[in-house]
Design a protein around this ligand. Structure first.
Ligand code: IFM
Length: 804
């Protein structure tokens, strides 16, 4: 079943049926002001932090309430509806609507009772407040008298948890008043006579506002219960039914902003107004509302500016292939998803309530990879930040606080860090993600000098980027398990594998092996011969160990428990086949071709499903070892044999590296949101963003996906597609082009900005190959192999590659 379609021209997803199987949301705003809005206007906003800056309330796990509601009431018939289908929820045979989610804006159109409304939700570029701009048109031939009421439900405390659960406190610090054209809600208003800005018990007055521009306020309300009325809900608020709000604020209990304006609209006429929300003191709020007096033109200009900003960001890498699903994901939606994970990490969605008030080390270092080809200058800022969260022993801080203070942080070795973050120990993989991320950044930009940049460590001291990477090697060398492979510690990539200081992880061993290959390239650049010798030796030993201990006829095992038992043996009753060691054996360069192909074939035969490859099989149930925490999940769910979508990116990349374009693309399509647009009732999640996992074949809900938007899937699939399927593989000195595509693709095009030049690449496939380069022409000149050295690039470089 379909609920909408992709408008690729406008880079929008258009929802034509509002009764979607889950709230389908969009992200608005910037790191300064974040806002999430669903196709039914549900959602919340926050200044800087989803945990501590919450402005608009959202009740989690209660199907999409409350939200940014705009009610329209016909004052003659007294009938009323909302500019989004919900919360009033008129009969869909009479109420027609469309929701357009675009890049950092959402538009909702509705037609009911001869009135057309269009509301656009956005956060203006560079601003830290939000706009709900409304155009309302009378499509009938008589004058219509309508009330328009905007409703914003403020939290009683900027801390999300305090607002939701500490009611004996948070309900008694809020108070709202009306001034000119806006409701002003104050938290801790009783401190307003205390010396300006002075804290009492760490508290000062916090101001929020809900304002109206473009029309006069007819009535207002600042109290949620008064607005809704007893035993009424968001679908039938008493204030809207009455046709006039009670002009009273709240004093205790629950604050809100509700503003009604009464409009008389002539036949064919359109009126434009805007509601504005933010966390600003009253004077600034007044200025903001006043700046929207010329409502229609200000909003139009702001929206255009926002759209051109985002479209420019995305323009740095665009493709035209025979697959509309691939194009829409790479050009727009996967890319936008990558930016959102890059910005918000795992902090704020309809699943993440904001309590994880920091960056997961591995998550963020991986997220960065998804935007390097689009915005390397943004990426490097965060790489610096993450390097500054590396402890001087080389390990990464498992959680990097949003308040991170490089050089002064506690570490998992300190009780204070453990108590504050809940992370009691180092994880084996965290710092190893730095290698591919730093490499991808340096190769994309050619900024090799970056490795000499000095960056502090999290706890003390500083070192060059090169030194940071060396310390990461030291960390793994200093944490080896019983056989001499990297220990699994508190977790490897898989949060549900606790292998401890003696148990060992094949995945980490493969990452470590790969890290040494990368660091050798940096060392070669530095002419650090003795270190290259050291790495050669370590890598050789590690490679031999992996080959001797981890290869099990046709697959790589997952590792060893603390007792030395093998995890993932062919004849284990449960979890005898794992996905990630197979893909990573190829990505890391450890597997020889025969091994790689055998292991990948096992994945295809044993783990692949129509929705992607499951993480392992069979699920844990009765045979879980002590550290196999995945057994806590239902079979077919999350790390217990779910289709863990992040891993799809790696299997796409591995198949592509082996030149298996058909397989790589098949894996892409199985889990691509856009490819499931017509199966929305099964997938449930938005068809334009990735989810953390899809329920596997062991689940009765096979194919249902969860944990939308903020997932490492965005970046791994992006890398799998850009580097793998499209074969864009820069190194320090130029660009390798090595596509691995379906045989049926005759031709495709890539527009890529690269080191200040624009590359227009056409890949031709007259012989219907999956991979291989027959000929490469750059500005008409034939290259040797499939490599373009940087020095021959021109401002407009025309590239033609013929597959073999
Ligand atoms: O790798 C982790 C990630 O850090 C958080 N979500 C689950 C993944 C797999 O366990």
């Amino acid at each position: 079943m379909k609920y909408g379609y992709f408008d690729d021209e406008k880079k929008e997803y258009v929802i034509t049926r509002p009764d979607t199987p889950a709230p389908w949301v969009n992200y608005l705003g910037s790191p300064e002001y974040g806002a999430i809005v669903s196709n039914n206007a549900g959602g919340y906003s926050f200044a800087k932090s989803g945990a501590n800056g919450r402005i608009l309330r959202y009740v989690f796990n209660q199907f999409d309430e409350p939200g940014r509601y705009i009610y329209i009431r016909d004052n003659e018939s007294r009938d009323f509806w909302s500019a989004s289908w919900q919360p009033v929820g008129k009969d869909l045979s009479e109420y027609k609507s469309e929701c357009h989610h675009g890049t950092a804006y959402t538009k909702m159109m509705a037609d009911y009772s001869g009135i057309h409304s269009e509301v656009r939700y956005y956060v203006p570029l560079g601003k830290s407040y939000e706009v709900w701009s409304l155009a309302i048109t009378n499509d009938t031939d008589k004058v219509r008298s309508v009330n328009v009421t905007g409703y914003a439900e403020f939290t009683n405390n900027s801390n999300y948890e305090q607002d939701q659960v500490n009611l004996q406190y948070s309900q008694f610090i809020t108070k709202s008043v009306f001034h000119d054209n806006r409701v002003r809600q104050m938290i801790h208003a009783n401190l307003d006579q205390i010396e300006n800005g002075k804290e009492v018990d760490n508290k000062i007055v916090v101001n929020r506002f809900f304002g109206l521009a473009g029309a006069e306020v007819q009535s207002w309300c600042g109290d949620k219960e008064e607005f809704l009325g007893r035993y009424h809900g968001y679908g039938n608020p008493q204030g809207v039914i009455n046709g006039k709000l009670n002009n009273q604020g709240n004093y205790n209990e629950n604050g809100c902003g509700a503003l009604t304006t009464a409009l008389s609209i002539a036949p064919g006429e359109t009126k434009e107004i805007a509601f504005l929300v933010g966390m600003k003191d009253d004077a600034e709020a007044g200025e903001i509302v006043a700046s929207y007096t010329d409502t229609a033109s200000v909003c139009k200009e702001e929206l255009e500016e926002l759209i051109s900003y985002w479209h420019k960001q995305l323009s740095h890498f665009q493709v035209k292939t025979p697959s509309p699903e691939f194009d829409t994901m790479i050009n727009t939606w996967n890319a936008y998803n990558c930016f959102m994970t890059f910005i918000w990490s795992r902090a704020a969605s309809f699943t993440y309530c904001g309590l994880r008030n920091g960056y997961g080390y591995r998550d963020t270092v991986q997220d960065i990879q998804g935007v390097i080809h689009l915005a390397p200058e943004m990426a490097v800022e965060k790489i610096r930040f993450m390097l500054s969260a590396q402890v001087d022993n080389g390990g990464g801080l498992p959680l990097v606080k949003f308040t991170h203070n490089p050089g002064h942080e506690d570490t998992p070795d300190d009780a204070s860090y453990v108590q504050e973050t809940g992370h009691p120990a180092y994880r084996a993989d965290d710092a190893l993600w730095l290698f591919p991320t730093v490499y991808k950044y340096v190769s994309e930009t050619g900024n090799v000098d970056f490795i000499d940049e000095v960056i502090p460590f999290a706890n003390k001291d500083e070192g060059t980027v090169y030194e940071h990477l060396k310390r990461a090697i030291d960390f793994s060398m200093n944490h080896l398990g019983k056989h001499g492979m990297p220990a699994g510690l508190y977790a490897d990539w898989n949060d549900c594998l606790r292998l401890g200081k003696d148990g060992e992880s094949t995945f980490v061993a493969l990452q470590f092996y790969y890290a040494m290959t990368i660091l050798k390239e940096f060392a070669a650049y530095k002419k650090d011969e003795s270190y290259i010798g050291y790495l050669d030796e370590c890598q050789k030993n590690l490679g031999n160990l992996i080959q001797d201990l981890c290869w099990n006829e046709d697959r790589f095992i997952r590792g060893f428990t603390e007792n030395g038992e093998v995890i993932g043996k062919r004849d284990d009753p449960e979890a005898n086949m794992w996905l990630n060691p197979q893909s990573w054996a190829v990505i890391s360069g450890l597997a020889d071709e025969k091994q790689g192909d055998l292991a990948l074939q096992q994945v295809y035969d044993r783990l692949n499903t129509e929705y992607g490859a499951i993480l392992m099989d069979p699920p844990y149930h009765a045979h879980a070892f002590d550290g196999a925490l995945a057994v806590i999940y239902n079979a077919g769910t999350k790390e217990n044999a779910g289709i863990f979508s992040q891993s799809q990116g790696w299997i796409i990349l591995a198949e592509a590296l082996r030149g298996h374009g058909e397989r790589a693309f098949e894996y892409f399509m199985e889990n691509a949101p856009a490819a499931q647009n017509d199966r929305a009732e099964i997938r449930r999640l938005e068809p334009y963003c990735y989810g953390q996992f899809t329920e596997g074949k062991a689940s009765p809900n096979f194919g249902r996906s969860h944990v939308h938007w903020l997932t490492g899937t965005a970046s791994t699939v992006m890398v799998g597609c850009v580097e793998g399927i499209l074969g864009m593989r820069p190194d320090f000195y130029g660009l390798h082009i090595a596509p691995s595509v379906p045989k049926a693709w005759d031709e495709f095009e890539i527009d890529k900005d690269f080191r200040g030049c624009h590359l227009h690449i056409t890949v031709k496939n007259p012989n219907h190959a999956e991979s291989g380069c027959k000929k490469l022409l750059v500005n008409g000149q034939e290259m040797e192999g499939n490599y373009i050295p940087e020095e021959i690039l021109t401002a407009e470089t025309v590239v033609e590659l013929y597959l073999s």
